[in-house]
Write a protein that binds this ligand. Structure first.
Ligand SMILES: Cc1cc2nc3c(=O)[nH]c(=O)nc-3n(C[C@H](O)[C@H](O)[C@H](O)COP(=O)(O)OP(=O)(O)OC[C@H]3O[C@@H](n4cnc5c(N)ncnc54)[C@H](O)[C@@H]3O)c2cc1C
Length: 459
């Protein structure tokens, strides 16, 4: 774009969350003139109502568990240690304010024009801001993310969604979580650990339907042990006021509750409303997400999309990686740059955490039949053994074999449920992505005494 056209940009980014910011920074570093439109706080869902505040709450819940263990191991801890939720929230929000400030500084330093406005496409080359300014762009990146879906059953307005949870000032005494996905599972254990009495309602017969069944079975056992009620296999059909609370009526007609709060976590949908996609010729897929090809290109030339709005592997590092590779292609001369969506590691911040990469046992058996070999170990991490708590870790390797020798068994799935699974998985995900075999794991000397060593000792 000509430097004499102040409203002309090489790239206009719509949405300043994980994907949008990463794309803007990378494009600017490669010499592009960039404008970024974000009407809300910088950082999007991850920083403001997702990963970051959620992990902070998870850490608080972890501390609550540790305090309990400390008491079991001889430390003099009061029977019900008080938790000042509001003080913790102040610290959490101070941390988040630091991230906002750092983004603002980096945007300035990179020369990115940040406009605190919504964006809307007038055509594939023109973006109009909320206050009517028209920006011309060689390329447009749509990174508007997703939002919680509200069910359309009767009384749904009595429930709240995960965005609301981050404004709570304390643990309500009785909470129902509706949904069996990761957000429900994570918030359930946080709330239970910080003082609520929690029940999960899900229409599926098990939690986390996309995860390895055996691992989930173990997780459900932990949750029952924590005191979390699980109502699985009954579709929540309505919320109703009853006495001093809200009940969940199931499709079986039974009412469960009452609860002080009902948190609806039944999924998320792409934010595409009011974006002018029709005008620009940008197609949606059958789930209402923006359709993109493997290079993050939409059906409109020059318009690209990354992150949750595409509905593909909706995680922060995926949005970031996809955006960076796209910019390397558009402005960095790397014609073939694109994100490989295979073998993306994921962590559910449950209690204990659940980490996974690659195929579940069921997926591997469907694809490779009898060639699948499964190795598993169930053990008590040392701290739990010392405190004589029943909580077990379950680690599982899924391999595809061309023969019996460990060198003939390629690792295609790693599933970890247990303490530190969130931290252990990253390195093993590198190994899986590089095509590690069981022999490679056996050739690696164990780190002792750790939970991680169990993975290289599996036979
Ligand atoms: C409770 C919860 C916990 C999560 N935990 C994790 C986790 O632990 N790890 C993980 O990897 N992922 C986690 N996620 C998912 C992660 O937050 C998302 O995958 C990630 O934020 C997606 O990034 P994005 O750039 O696509 O969208 P977002 O980060 O949501 O950013 C989209 C931005 O676009 C802006 N916007 C929308 N419309 C417009 C418009 N018309 N014009 C301009 N701007 C607009 C929005 O204001 C928003 O700031 C979690 C999500 C939730 C809800």
């Amino acid at each position: 774009m000509s430097a004499r056209d102040p409203l002309g940009f090489d790239l206009v980014v719509i949405g300043g969350g994980s994907g949008g910011l990463a794309g803007a920074f990378r494009a600017a570093a490669l010499g592009a003139r960039v404008a970024l439109l974000e009407p809300a706080e910088l950082g999007g869902t991850c920083v403001n109502a997702g990963c970051v505040p959620k992990k902070a709450m998870w850490l608080a819940a972890e501390l609550a568990h540790r305090i309990g263990q400390a008491a079991d191991l001889g430390f003099d801890v009061p029977a019900r240690p008080a938790f000042d939720w509001q003080q913790f929230i102040t610290d959490r929000q101070r941390y988040i304010a630091g991230i906002h400030a750092s983004y603002r500084k980096r945007l300035d330093a990179a020369g990115i024009v940040w406009m605190p406005q919504r964006g809307r496409l007038l055509d594939a080359r023109t973006v109009e801001t909320g206050d009517g300014v028209r920006l011309r762009a060689r390329h447009v990146l749509i990174a508007t993310g997703s939002q919680p879906v509200r069910p359309d059953f009767p009384g749904a307005e009595l429930g709240v969604v995960s965005d609301d949870f981050f404004h709570w000032n304390g643990a309500p005494p009785r909470v129902a979580l509706v949904g069996g996905g990761y957000i429900s599972i994570e918030l359930a254990a946080v709330l239970q650990s910080l003082g609520s009495s929690v029940e999960i309602h899900a229409r599926s017969s098990r939690l986390l339907t996309a995860s390895d069944a055996e691992i989930v079975e173990q997780l459900e056992e932990h949750y029952r042990h924590l005191g979390i009620g699980l109502h699985l296999g009954v579709e929540p059909a309505a919320l109703e006021r009853a006495g001093d609370g809200i009940v969940v009526r199931g499709s079986d007609g039974a009412c469960r509750g009452p609860y002080d709060r009902v948190l609806l976590a039944i999924g998320r949908r792409a934010c595409t409303e009011g974006l002018g996609l029709d005008a620009a010729g940008v197609r949606l897929d059958d789930r209402g997400s923006i359709e993109v090809d493997a290079r993050q290109d939409t059906s409109a030339e020059g318009v690209h999309a990354v992150g949750d709005v595409t509905g593909r592997a909706t995680l922060t590092p995926v949005a970031i990686a996809a955006a960076r590779r796209l910019m390397d292609r558009l402005f960095g001369g790397q014609a073939d740059a694109k994100l490989d969506y295979d073998n993306i590691p994921t962590v559910v911040f449950s209690h204990p955490p659940l980490g996974a990469v690659g195929l579940t046992e069921a997926q591997a058996r469907e694809a490779h039949g009898d060639a699948v070999r499964v190795y598993r170990t169930k053990f008590r991490p040392m701290l739990h053994a010392l405190a004589d708590s029943p909580l077990c870790s379950l680690f599982k390797l899924v391999c595809v074999a061309t023969g019996d020798a460990p060198a003939q068994q390629r690792v295609v799935g790693i599933h970890l449920l247990g303490e530190a699974a969130d931290e252990i998985l990253q390195g093993f995900a590198v190994a899986l992505k590089m095509g590690a075999t069981l022999a490679d794991l056996h050739d690696t000397v164990a780190l002792h005494p750790t939970s991680a060593e169990e993975l290289v000792l599996l036979r």
